[in-house]
Design a protein. Structure first.
Length: 317
């Protein structure tokens, strides 16, 4: 091979190396490379879509607007009012529109900011304070800015209890709305039964009513028992809102090592009952492969997304 042929033979490799070294971010497959905000003030300044997303009410209708990035929005309109606040539970009217179209829709509507009625709930006497703004010996995990971040767990193990917690999902508009990449976390009761934590704002759980490609099963969306049961009402609020779970858990019962009763769970999401005394015959998600036990820890699952928790307490029953 002559010198010129040798140069031409390796030329494509030189181009590939140059592109790879010069533009790593542009070609990154890392999901965490997507823009993400954990501060409302910064999101409002840096992304104009943030101030348009949210909930609106008008004459006999409630509207949820989820930002999709780049001036695009997923809009669900609910007859009668918002989920948990008047919705008649029929199929919402769904559309994808741009900024100008959205402003036309919301022109005569009122933007509302709902808060859970249990936000800031005080622990009853006898409660175990898992997290109240400072690191303690009841939970292990990262504490920053007076918040507990996903990837933590309790140091104690519990059977029957009432659990209160508050969580905040990041604003991650370019992540696919139906995927598992919008603030994914989860609350694992006894490290076996997962109540999903995820930004699925503006989605309902009926596949036929979702007008986007489904990148994950609705049973994997916020409020659901992971891959086992959808929530009765979609109560997810917009990202960067503080939300609540109030969970009443009854552990499985055993007699001489044999299970005599299933675990049972009631969940209130932002004050609305989304699971009412549901029996779980085994763990859910990754917990389904673990042997059930009478006592177990609380896991604040980490999935590489900055999900924050605060005001976490547990009342043993």
């Amino acid at each position: 091979m002559n010198p010129i042929s040798k140069i031409l033979a390796i030329f494509p490799l030189i181009i590939l190396i140059t592109v790879t070294l010069s533009f790593p971010a542009a070609f990154s497959a890392d999901k965490n490379a997507r823009p993400v905000w954990t501060d409302t003030a910064k999101a409002a300044v840096e992304d104009p879509d943030f101030l348009l997303q949210g909930e609106y009410v008008g004459s006999g209708v409630g509207m949820q607007v989820a930002a999709l990035g780049g001036g695009r929005f997923y809009v669900s309109s609910f007859e009668g009012g918002l989920p948990g606040a008047g919705w008649k539970r029929n199929a919402p009217t769904v559309e994808q529109i741009g900024t100008d179209g959205l402003k036309g829709r919301i022109g005569k509507m009122k933007k509302v900011v709902r808060e859970s009625p249990t936000l800031g709930a005080k622990p009853p006497a006898g409660s175990v304070i898992l997290f109240a703004g400072k690191a303690n010996d009841q939970v292990k995990g990262e504490v920053k800015d007076d918040l507990l971040w996903a990837g933590a767990q309790s140091t104690g193990e519990y059977g029957d209890f009432l659990l209160h917690l508050e969580f905040r999902l990041p604003y991650k508009p370019t992540a696919l709305l139906t995927s598992q990449d919008r603030g994914n976390s989860g609350i694992y009761l006894q490290n076996r039964y997962e109540v999903q934590v995820l930004d699925s704002f503006a989605l309902v759980y009926d596949r036929a009513q979702v007008k986007l490609p489904l990148k994950s099963d609705p049973k994997q969306w916020c409020g659901c028992f992971y891959k086992f049961k959808v929530a009765d009402t979609p109560m997810c609020l917009p990202p960067l809102s503080w939300q609540t779970y109030d969970i009443e858990f009854r552990a499985p019962k055993f007699d001489n090592g044999n299970k005599t009763a299933d675990a049972r769970i009631t969940v209130k999401h932002n004050g609305i009952t989304i699971h009412d005394d549901v029996a779980l015959p085994k763990g859910t998600g990754a917990g389904g492969g673990r042997k059930e036990v009478p006592l177990g820890p609380i896991i604040f699952q980490g999935h590489g997304n900055p999900v924050a928790y605060r005001n976490v307490w547990l009342l043993p029953r």
